[in-house]
Design a protein around this ligand. Structure first.
Ligand SMILES: [Zn+2]
Length: 457
């Protein structure tokens, strides 16, 4: 007599399943069975239908099923600068007349962060790193969104009002306050919702943090163990300032204070000389590669050299469109423009956006692939979208032609957050309208005349 079927909470049934596991298994008519927050089986749909008695089912017969993406560097309140700052300068913080930083209040940051979370979710990022001033606002938006989120604050001891005008003034009181805020944020949010939200320390960058402050951050990280996220070698200005101040290059300063290692994720890593590439690689630093943000500033990170030197490459969208599919494709294109060739291919870019991101965040073997025992973070793409055909090897079309808008359903911790294009936890129209109101008002206060305010829309 056949065994009675096993109960499971959810069966994603009948899709083209790309496991992105170590064997790169592809199951043409596959199924993913989920109970609570875990995947319990990834196997042929024909077998799964007999084996499981699911409480709920998603028909995936016209879907491409894959692990959710890992997006390792974002500042969601800065969605307010999207579509504007790209034509002005390399980063909002260093640009005058941009509504950012101290001009954004806590509630405004929260409303903007909700828009960022919606964009991240809609485009298939299921594990995200988010940090900015008003870290609580980001944390609250991420907690509500259902995304797996790492949240931090913004530690610096520079006077930010001055830096937009190109002046560097350090004030230990600012450093002490911003470090304390970040430590308090971690105490409040780390472990929220069964560990779905976690905290980290976020010293902004080697030029906006003095060496003394960076040393303090390293001590706190050593003592209590949170991972560290920072920016590194983001611009020639940063390199010039750190050399002026300390007589060293930014990565040397991080190394000296104990912030160059596998526990650190560093965004950008653009302006590194060959010695620094070797140093960063030897330290096994995790690099949050932001190909679109860098390129829109006219810059390219030496990603292939960093990977060959030993750094762990991950992918991120930073303050731009949160579509990590665009970022994968752009990363490959930039590597080839740099003469990097085709050995870094679509599968490699997918690895950066999944398993590598997971490893950088301490979630190796937990997220970033579909396998029994791993967290149930799954995305379903519309396999009938014209830009996703023809499907031949399964990987390349996603990277070279896929877009975030192909994502139809998103599951995190076994919970359906996007159900065939509709968010299940919030009203998308309300989220968009509230963020638009904030942006319209703050850009107007900065001397711009937002077009929607003029048309009354
Ligand atoms: Zn950044």
């Amino acid at each position: 007599m056949p065994n009675a079927p096993e109960a499971c909470d959810l069966l994603i049934d009948g899709g083209l399943v790309l496991t992105l596991d170590t064997a790169d298994r592809i199951i043409a008519d596959g199924a993913v069975a989920i109970t609570a927050d875990r995947v319990v089986a990834v196997e042929a749909a024909a077998t799964a239908r007999v084996r499981f008695a699911p409480r709920a089912r998603i028909d995936a017969c016209r879907r491409l099923v894959m692990p959710g993406l890992v997006n390792t560097h974002n500042h969601t309140p800065l969605v307010i600068t999207r579509g504007m700052v790209e034509d002005m300068n390399f980063a909002p913080m260093y640009t005058p007349r941009v509504p950012q930083g101290y001009r954004i209040g806590a509630e405004e940051a929260y409303l903007l962060s909700r828009l960022g979370a919606w964009d991240l979710l809609r485009t298939g990022s299921t594990t995200v790193v988010d940090y900015y001033r008003h870290g609580d606002s980001c944390a609250r938006a991420m907690a509500e969104s259902g995304l797996r989120a790492f949240v931090g604050g913004r530690i610096h001891d520079i006077d930010l009002a001055a830096v937009a005008k190109g002046e560097y003034r350090y004030d230990p009181a600012i450093g002490e306050a911003t470090l304390r805020e970040n430590v308090d944020l971690i105490a409040r949010w780390h472990g929220h919702d069964g560990g779905r939200v976690r905290g980290f320390l976020a010293p902004h960058a080697p030029d906006t943090c003095s060496r003394e402050l960076l040393r303090e951050v390293a001590k706190v990280a050593d003592r209590s163990g949170p991972p560290v996220h920072t920016h590194l070698a983001q611009s020639p200005d940063e390199v010039a300032q750190v050399r002026r101040r300390d007589g060293r290059r930014p990565s040397e300063v991080l190394d000296e204070v104990g912030l160059l290692g596998p526990h650190v994720v560093a965004g950008h890593c653009i302006c590194l000389d060959p010695d620094e590439i070797a140093r960063v690689g030897a330290a096994r630093l995790s690099v949050a590669h932001v190909p679109i943000g860098n390129a829109s500033s006219g810059m390219m990170a030496p990603i292939k050299a960093l990977q060959e030197a030993g750094a762990l490459i991950t992918l991120a969208t930073d303050t731009k469109s949160h579509d990590l599919f665009e970022a994968m494709r752009t990363a490959l294109a930039i590597n080839r423009v740099q003469g990097g060739g085709r050995d870094i291919n679509a599968r490699a870019a997918l690895r950066w956006a999944t398993a590598n991101g997971a490893a950088a965040l301490g979630l190796a073997g937990v997220v970033g692939a579909l396998a029994a025992g791993m967290k149930a973070d799954v995305i379903l793409l519309d396999a009938d979208a014209p830009n996703l055909r023809p499907i031949i090897d399964g990987f390349s079309i996603i990277v070279h032609s896929g877009v975030g808008a192909n994502v139809r359903s998103v599951i995190v911790d076994g919970r359906v957050l996007l159900d065939d294009g509709r968010p299940t936890r919030f009203d998308a129209d309300e989220v968009i309208a509230a963020a638009q109101d904030v942006a319209t008002r703050l850009w107007a206060e900065s001397g711009w005349s937002p077009v929607l305010a003029r048309t009354g829309a």
